[in-house]
Design a protein around this ligand. Sequence first.
Ligand SMILES: [Zn+2]
Length: 298
Amino acid sequence: MTTFADVPATGFTGNRLDRADEIRRDPAALIACRARADARWLVLDGLNPVVKSGDQPSILWAYRSDVPHDALSIFLGIGPDGPRFAAAAPSAELISDFGGKLLDARAAGALLPGPEAAIIAQARSIIDWHQRHGFCAVCGGKTALAKAGYARQCSACQAEHFPRTDPVVIMLAVKDGHALIGRQPRFPKRFLSALAGFVEPGESLEEAVRRELWEEAGITCQRVRYLASQPWPFPSSLMIACFAEADGFEVRLDADELEEVRWVTKPEVRAALAGAGDWLAPPPLAIAHTLLKCWAED
Ligand SMILES: [Zn+2]
């Protein structure tokens, strides 16, 4: 069986910033951080990051003076080169004056080094949350950013609201050298991946895995084993990858969720991951790739 050491780093992980909770809770420390000469901002325009163009893109870290003073700004953490923030702001000047370019966040996740892609995931999920939570879910009053971007507080009833992370289980049902993959109707042609679904309130991860496999494919499973997780900032999921031991091979498809399911062997998965199969496997950025790779190479 795959050991802990064998699981490769998943996409959007490896963030090396110290999130420095003590600074989030201390308004004076936060102001001092913002004023430091080595403070820099990751700018997101329409939730897409501004990066340095070139053969190997990297985050274009903007100076405080490059960011409008009234822009939505959150504290990311402290890095080796100073405090790091993210702001929702227009990108035109950064692009024209500093050779930046706006990159789709998914493309950024695939092209940037892991630790930088992870910073983009952190920034994108939190900024998206702020932009969609301007009003209090308790009383409807206006909310304002608090705790350096890790909360919003209602101006009327004072209720605090915190950024959400939505857990999603993504799993391979496995039996006798075969694994179950499927195609959602929205997937590109020939693309097949692990089955997945949101964890519901009042459910453990293991129960969510068993329920999703039963609902989508009519498969019953016994033992469920966790492999790895990854943030997926579209807008704020946590993908939790698992294996599940299936009782049998017979499937009953939920046609609303899936167009096709297929039991595949390890050689078939290895061929697809190498781009030589008769179906398209998920790219390395997606944890479904990790799940398939760990299983097929075990
Ligand atoms: Zn309120």
